[in-house]
Design a protein around this ligand. Structure first.
Ligand SMILES: NC(=O)c1ccc[n+]([C@@H]2O[C@H](COP(=O)([O-])OP(=O)(O)OC[C@H]3O[C@@H](n4cnc5c(N)ncnc54)[C@H](OP(=O)(O)O)[C@@H]3O)[C@@H](O)[C@H]2O)c1
Length: 305
């Protein structure tokens, strides 16, 4: 059944992928931040009202996928107020508007709510203990959404990349062209995730909840399966670009010296997602080559020659 989907943050990495993979029969409205600012409760309620009316005219069940966020983890350390406005207050405003209109909400969150010390993949029920301001603000957003009284689901994801927008895979492809060697952190392990796969998974969940169904578990994880350090991921990117992976050198987080602390191991378990009957994520090693091959500045040119 076709659905109508509103995607605040429609101009970002995930928002762009949601527009790209959305089935043609669905109505997807993806406002950019200047068109729907989630920190403004009046604008948010008004835009949701317009969307609900458009969905009703098309006789489509409506659902919201929130892709809006303040995502600069390092900048958030010195910009706490704005990070909490966008990542905590904003989702709260959106959830309140969804509740008022009776529209279900799928909200996206992060592995950075965890401190990375568990030593095993994190289940959604594992205790959160964010190490940085970004993670704290996202955890506050999760709580605002789940405590709002809206029909809402929170989906945590991690290490998201695509062939567009700012992300690690594109950065590595650029550095492969610019530098003889690249130092990459080898003491942080996580779940590299294709934005296209994540978008498809979220659309499956959204279709269920728009039809009045949806998993009983309100907190879920979606990532590509398997694990890697940033260093291991960078080597795979180099290999798929046809470059020598030995040009990637391991370094420590301390040597790299980012302003924000990050979890040492924030691999997410998708068990609850799969048990809810949602599409089984594929391994990150299967998803990555497709994205690298489609990089506009390298992969397509290489494929064309
Ligand atoms: N990328 C990752 O590796 C990763 C990992 C874990 C979780 N996540 C989560 O995944 C979700 C999507 O992130 P993403 O990777 O797509 O990030 P992104 O590329 O930075 O996109 C976020 C979007 O939100 C918009 N935005 C910022 N402030 C807003 C506001 N007040 N109102 C409405 N929109 C606003 C931004 O617009 P402007 O550019 O105009 O500010 C941008 O288009 C987020 O919830 C993020 O926390 C991402």
């Amino acid at each position: 059944m076709a659905v109508a989907i509103l995607v605040p943050g429609g101009g970002g990495l995930l928002g762009t992928e949601l527009s790209r993979v959305c089935p043609p029969g669905d109505l997807l409205v993806a406002p950019k931040s200047h068109e729907l600012d989630v920190t403004d409760p009046e604008t948010t309620a008004a835009e949701l009202g317009r969307f609900v009316a458009a969905a009703a005219r098309r006789r489509l069940p409506a659902v919201v996928i929130n892709a809006a966020a303040y995502t600069d983890t390092d900048a958030a350390e010195s910009d706490r107020h704005r990070a909490f406005q966008v990542n905590a207050l904003g989702p709260g405003h959106l959830a309140a508007a969804c509740r008022a209109h009776g529209v279900p909400l799928v909200h996206v969150s992060t592995d950075y709510v965890f401190d990375g010390t568990a030593g095993e993949p994190y289940e959604p029920s594992a205790p959160a203990n964010p190490l940085n301001v970004y993670g704290q603000s996202k955890l506050a957003g999760e709580r605002a959404v789940l405590g709002s009284g809206a029909r809402a689901w929170v989906v945590r994801t991690a290490w998201v990349y695509a062939n567009h927008s700012a992300n690690f895979v594109r950065t590595m492809a650029r550095l492969e062209q610019e530098r003889a060697e690249v130092s990459v952190v080898d003491d942080q392990t996580g779940s590299p995730t294709s934005a296209g796969d994540l978008a498809s998974g979220l659309l499956s969940l959204a279709a269920h909840v728009a039809e009045g169904a949806g998993p009983s578990a309100r907190l879920l994880h979606y990532v590509n399966t398997g694990r890697a350090s940033w260093y291991e991921l960078a080597r795979e990117v180099f290999a798929h670009l046809g470059a020598d992976p030995r040009r990637v050198r391991p370094c420590t987080s301390a040597e790299f010296g980012s302003p924000a602390a990050r979890p040492a191991c924030s691999v997410l378990s998708v068990r609850a997602w799969v048990e809810a009957g949602l599409p089984v994520p594929r391994p990150w090693t299967a998803a990555l080559p497709e994205v690298v091959a489609s990089l506009p500045d390298r992969g397509q040119a290489a494929a064309a020659t």
